[in-house]
Design a protein around this ligand. Structure first.
Ligand SMILES: Cc1cc2nc3c(=O)[nH]c(=O)nc-3n(C[C@H](O)[C@H](O)[C@H](O)COP(=O)(O)OP(=O)(O)OC[C@H]3O[C@@H](n4cnc5c(N)ncnc54)[C@H](O)[C@@H]3O)c2cc1C
Length: 442
């Protein structure tokens, strides 16, 4: 199958205009939500566009299910108390979610902690935040192209059920996860390690688990104990041998992060290709079913459990990363590099989903920072990214892509959009130290 990158120029110039905004945000995942809310609170007129009919991105549609990246890592979490490292928008969102009964207490995950969220509550909390006078939300709408002049984006072409339309704005935040706008602008992006990206996972939930029996067997660490890993190694049909299971806010319910999704022929997939993406969705059905059967047969407490549902779509960890003014390197992550323009801290491990066991590499009693200019493409004047498509090396991305940090990237992108509009500055010219200071204050 062949594809063309852009719509013909005369076609784009003839599109009707839906509206004109200060900031248009593409994608309503964690980064997009934080971008839109922060920009609106800075008195900017915001449009947020989402191809699905709800917000939350991979955290909701992909049922990714826990907020990672909030806490420090320590050698022995069962002997320690969780210490929060990231506050900002992530802290505010998690506080609201917790107050709504949609977030668990911290749960041990290896050498750190996570909190498991409930997707229904997540949608409600995010919807409450997005429903404010300065924000227009447009669901069921796909950004299909950028309209550009002199290396600046002037508008976006959108596809809706009613046909094509366009929007114009002063600044554009690409929170698509896939760097769709940067790619459409024809700028350099890269994918994983020489094109090989981390494997997707189909998440699912099961109910009616006898939680006491389950926890007695599994233990308090949400990562599979060695006895489970050994059993999985003997299962030919299950491609993933190390898994995570999270008790949720609902009684007797487990969130299951246990599948490795490849093609039916076991090849690594590129989910920006619709043929591969479709195969991922289909292969997911069988891997999830096979793991559920394994749980029922082998994990005490799960004998009478039932399959609640799959995620709405397969969870995608990685596609395109931009070529930014700065790039977060693998070494920055493992050596805990701090930056004067560090916009957010992270102690999340490198959690690399490739091969039969995800590899986790910990940064204990330390953290690294992500510099602001990883969000800024080398060219493009009024376009910035937020979220997992920031500029980072392959293994660094396996750490810096998680939800708490994505919320903060969204917030930083909005702060930068505000400065960029008020002071008529291209994003490349913004002083990252200023953003780092604002991130601490706001
Ligand atoms: C299987 C899996 C498990 C994970 N587990 C965890 C976990 O336990 N804890 C954790 O913290 N993180 C986890 N993550 C990571 C986390 O979910 C993501 O990194 C995070 O959601 C990325 O946020 P984002 O806003 O950058 O992008 P996304 O969440 O991917 O959101 C992008 C949004 O943009 C929309 N969009 C894309 N293109 C367009 C377009 N052209 N037009 C309109 N809309 C568009 C998408 O529909 C989507 O809603 C997991 C990820 C996966 C895949």
């Amino acid at each position: 199958m062949s594809y063309c990158l852009n719509l013909p120029a005369d076609y784009k110039s003839d599109l009707p205009c839906f509206g004109d905004y200060d900031v248009v945000v593409t994608g309503a995942g964690p980064a997009g939500i934080a971008s839109a809310v922060t920009a609106a609170e800075l008195d900017l007129k915001v449009l947020i566009i989402e191809r699905l009919g709800f917000c939350g991105g991979a955290a909701v549609a992909g049922l990714s299910g826990t907020v990672c990246g909030l806490y420090k890592s320590v050698e022995n979490p069962s002997q320690a108390k969780p210490e929060q490292l990231v506050f900002g928008f992530a802290g505010r969102f998690c506080d609201a979610l917790y107050a709504a009964g949609g977030l668990t207490e911290p749960q041990i995950y290896g050498k750190t902690w996570v909190a498991t969220h409930d997707c229904a509550k997540y949608k409600k909390v995010a919807t409450d935040m997005l429903r404010q006078p300065n924000i227009t939300v447009l669901y069921h709408t796909q950004v299909v192209d950028v309209i550009a002049a002199e290396n600046a984006v002037t508008g976006l072409a959108l596809h809706t059920k009613s046909g094509f339309t366009s929007v114009t704005a002063k600044r554009f935040i690409d929170a698509s996860g896939d760097a769709d706008l940067v790619f459409k602008l024809g700028q350099k992006t890269r994918k994983g390690q020489n094109g090989i990206i981390q494997n997707p996972t189909m998440m699912f939930k099961v109910g009616n688990v006898d939680m006491e029996t389950y926890l007695n067997y599994w233990g308090e660490n949400t990562i599979s104990p060695p006895k489970v890993v050994s059993m999985l190694e003997a299962e030919d049909d299950l491609l993933r041998k190390k898994v995570w299971l999270f008790p949720t806010v609902n009684p007797g319910e487990l969130l299951v992060n246990a599948t490795k999704i490849t093609g039916f022929d076991k090849r690594a997939l590129d989910v920006t290709n619709p043929v591969d993406h479709t195969e991922a969705e289909q292969f997911s059905i069988y891997q999830a079913e096979a793991f559920f059967n394994f749980m029922k047969e082998n994990v005490p407490g799960c004998e009478n459990s039932y399959f609640i549902d799959y995620a709405t779509e397969v969870g995608v960890r990685q596609t395109r990363s931009i070529d930014g003014v700065k790039t977060l390197t693998n070494n920055d992550v493992v050596s805990g590099t701090k930056f004067s323009d560090g916009m957010v801290k992270s102690a999340w491990p490198i959690e690399l989903h490739y091969g039969d066991k995800p590899r986790t590499e910990w940064l204990v009693n330390d953290y690294y920072e992500v510099p602001f200019h990883t969000l800024v493409p080398k060219e493009g004047k009024n376009l910035i990214v937020a979220g997992r498509c920031l500029s980072s090396e392959h293994e660094a991305l396996a750490s810096c892509r998680v939800t708490a940090q994505c919320f903060e990237y969204g917030k930083a992108a909005a702060l930068a959009a505000h400065i960029s509009i008020k002071e008529t500055l291209d994003f490349q010219a913004i002083d990252g130290n200023r953003i780092a200071q604002l991130m601490q204050k706001a």
